[in-house]
Design a protein around this ligand. Structure first.
Ligand code: UDP
Ligand code: MG
Length: 312
């Protein structure tokens, strides 16, 4: 079995971006857990352009254990691109993802696998007693609500990457050639049945989260316009509503003119109303631009990532 291209029972995919301080401990705990499960497995580390020596550590882990595969990107492409690259190499019947900073305890993997065996296509973890800052938790909560709305599947924690997928779901995710991929959302688009179970969460011990508030804001924008037409439909709806209101107002003014005669007051009110509509128009333009920009990005069909080195 070692080092073969044979199918394994479980593939574990882990994206890493400058995680040299945690990767060895992670590997140790992960191997221990996987060994104790008594299944065949492989671990796929995807180095997302690290510059802190993570790559060298991964090379060593691969030399020592043929069940460790390593994919090295030529630069940083983001967590989700890294996971997709791992999916493409994965041979397991079930594919598990987790973060490489030890915030997701590898000891929780058997729970996910047990749930998958109940017959679910995707099993997500939700972080019980989440160990992140208040600001981060509030932002995550908002993003989670937005995501639940656009996907149409309510989940407690779309941001948790401690998840398990059946092989066919992962394969379908790989078939999506779109640039903005948010794995849990794509998975829910294809999964027949989804379950969510509580998993433990640890604080980040070293380094800091790559998701700054600004990046989270961009992510939610990405989710909104990348996975749904909801914003543009909301603007269209607002447009219809305002037209009707405007019509009503015009009628009201016409009747008033007949009854009261010509009036010139209220010029500044008019300005306020005008500014409101100008703002709305700019918003609508921006939104259209956003979608056009996305179409442009997609039609270029650029590769989503470039693999510099693959140790298999
Ligand atoms: N990560 C990555 N590429 C990136 C950013 C993050 O591969 O551009 C990895 C990172 O090494 C970690 C995981 O994705 O293993 C989660 O990242 P992070 O801890 O920054 O996110 P958070 O836990 O705050 O959601
Ligand atoms: Mg983290």
């Amino acid at each position: 079995m070692p080092g073969t291209t044979e199918r394994a029972d479980i593939s574990v995919v882990i994206p890493l971006y400058n995680e040299a301080t945690t990767v060895e401990e992670l590997h140790e705990r992960l191997s221990h857990t996987l060994e104790s499960m008594g299944r065949s497995y492989e671990v796929i580390y995807v180095d997302d352009g690290s510059t802190d020596g993570t790559t060298e550590i991964l090379r060593r882990l691969h030399m020592k254990n043929p069940r460790v595969k390593v994919i090295v990107f030529n630069r940083n492409y983001g967590q989700h691109a890294a996971v997709v690259a791992g999916f493409e190499k994965a041979l397991g019947g079930v594919i598990v993802t987790l973060d490489g900073d030890l915030q997701n305890p590898p000891e929780e993997i058997p729970k996910l696998i047990a749930k998958i065996q109940e017959g679910y296509d995707v099993v997500g973890g939700w972080r019980e007693g989440r160990q992140d800052s208040v600001v981060r938790r509030v932002l995550s909560y908002a993003i989670n609500q937005v995501t639940s709305l656009i996907v149409g599947v309510k989940m407690r924690d779309y941001g948790c990457m401690l998840r398990a997928y059946r092989r066919d779901v992962a394969e379908r995710i790989c078939q999506c050639r779109e640039i903005s991929s948010f794995i849990p959302v794509l998975a829910n688009a294809f999964a027949g049945s989804v379950a969510e179970i509580p998993v433990a969460h640890s604080p980040r011990l070293s380094g800091r989260s790559r998701y700054t508030p600004f990046r989270l804001l961009r992510l939610s924008f990405d989710l909104l316009t990348g996975f749904s037409l909801l914003p543009i439909q909301a603007v269209s709806f607002a447009g219809i509503l305002i037209s009707f209101l405007g019509l009503g107002f015009a009628l009201f003014l016409a009747v008033r003119r007949l009854l009261v005669g010509p009036e010139v007051e209220g010029v500044f009110t008019l300005f306020a109303i005008l500014f409101f509509f100008v703002g709305l128009q700019i918003l609508a333009l921006g939104l259209i631009g956003e979608y056009v920009g996305r179409i442009y990005m997609e039609v270029r069909r650029r590769p989503r990532y470039v693999i510099k080195e693959a140790l298999e």
